[in-house]
Ligand binder design. Structure first.
Ligand code: FE2
Length: 401
């Protein structure tokens, strides 16, 4: 790799010269067990939490998969009973969370086990908040708005990207306003993450692509965040490198358990980074887009990422150049953007979103929601209303065009 003329040209393997900050930072993480068949350690922890009737919060289409059945057998062997809640949409709704909380209480459950992707895990976090604190899930929007911790929460991810299994974020859709609301609190960090590559082998290819690009976006946004620290930097850079080296193998039918484990490790490290450094404009714009148009989160990020980097680059060129190096590209703006486009394209994600009509009203609403999202605060560059609108203008295409 060649070096640029930037003031800092360290390679990924030399994080010691990454800028340090003397500003206060904290780093929170759950207990993490990572490795093949980690999911089968569930009983040990259910006994630790003295669980008698856990609620399993999951995605309905996972229920018949062999690895899921193995987990159910585990749970049955060490608890009196369990209750399965799977009425959850891809972008989990406020009313689904409220229904789950009602059922948690009515069914006299005592522990929550979230199994699946980001949607069931975020919904599970919301269920725990409401079960312990009452009120409506949307009351807890924002940073540190939760008084009481929820019941013990164990997460077993079946995708590699969301990182809800390690993060202090829960994203819930406010169905009235069609806005995805971010709940950010140490109290939604799970108690335990069982991170096992086996469930990932059943993930479909497009979901693998989208969640992998989501993990990449988490790592990049955490690395250039205003709230980064030395602790988040090392995780972010390693995650970027792992996605770069494994994503395209992960979307092939002949993918291996090792490849999926590397993607899971990337997701884990990106999650540790963004949970503690927060995110940026890609996620702010993606939350707005996903909320209004009900689109997959990872797809939104994948499409927006290159446009936000193009705007942000000059604010933090040294950091973006190190990201380029971690992606195996030359440390300059154009090479970085080209590599991001290459990864997205070869993973099978289009660079645009097709909609029937791009109205001024839609563009205005998207923009208003994006600039109100808490993730915009830690973007390295303050984006103007016009710049946000212009990004949205670049990613849409109509059926007619
Ligand atoms: Fe994300």
């Amino acid at each position: 790799m060649s070096n640029s003329s930037n003031q800092d040209n360290n390679s990924v393997q030399m994080p010691s010269k990454i800028e340090q900050t003397l500003d206060l930072r904290k780093f929170v993480a759950p207990e993490i067990i990572v490795g093949r068949d980690a999911r089968l350690l569930l009983c040990r922890y259910l006994q630790h939490f003295t669980a008698r009737r856990p609620m399993i919060v999951t995605d309905g289409h996972l229920l018949d998969l062999p690895w899921f059945q193995e987990i159910l057998e585990q749970i049955s062997s060490c608890t009196e009973d369990h209750f399965i809640f799977s009425d959850i949409s891809p972008n989990p709704r406020d009313y689904e969370t409220m229904l789950g909380a009602d059922l948690f209480i009515a069914q006299k459950c005592d522990v929550i086990i979230a199994i699946g992707g980001g949607s069931p895990m975020d919904c599970a976090k919301g269920i725990g908040i409401v079960a312990s604190n009452g009120g409506n899930i949307l009351d807890y929007e924002g940073v540190d708005q939760i008084k009481l911790p929820g019941p013990p929460l164990i997460c077993i991810p079946s995708t590699a990207g969301t990182s809800a299994d390690v993060s202090q974020f829960a994203i819930i859709c406010d169905t009235l306003s069609q806005v995805k609301k971010a709940i950010i609190s140490k109290k939604v960090v799970p108690d335990l993450a069982l991170i096992d590559p086996v469930p990932l082998m059943t993930m479909d290819m497009y979901l693998t692509a989208c969640t992998g690009m989501d993990a990449l976006t988490h790592a990049i946004e955490a690395y250039v965040s205003n709230a980064q620290s030395a602790l988040t930097d090392v995780h972010a850079l390693e995650a970027i490198k792992l996605v770069s080296e494994n994503l395209l193998d992960a979307v092939k039918p002949e993918r291996t358990l090792d490849t999926m484990f590397n993607m899971l490790q990337a997701s884990l490290q990106a999650g540790l980074a963004f949970s503690n450094a927060s995110l940026g404009a890609v996620h702010a714009l993606a939350h707005s887009l996903g909320g209004l148009l009900d689109l997959p989160h990872g797809q939104c990020n994948s499409i927006l990422l290159e446009h936000v980097i193009a705007l942000n680059y000059e604010t933090a060129p040294a950091r973006y150049n190190r990201i380029a190096e971690a992606l195996g590209a030359s440390p300059d703006r154009d090479s970085l953007l080209e590599r991001i486009r290459e990864l997205r394209g070869r993973a099978g994600i289009k660079p645009y979103i097709e909609i029937d009509d791009i109205s001024d009203k839609l563009m205005d609403q998207l923009t208003v929601n994006a600039v109100s999202d808490p993730c915009i605060v830690t973007n390295p560059r303050q984006l103007s209303i016009q710049e946000v609108k212009e990004i949205y203008g670049r990613i849409f295409t109509t059926q007619k065009s």
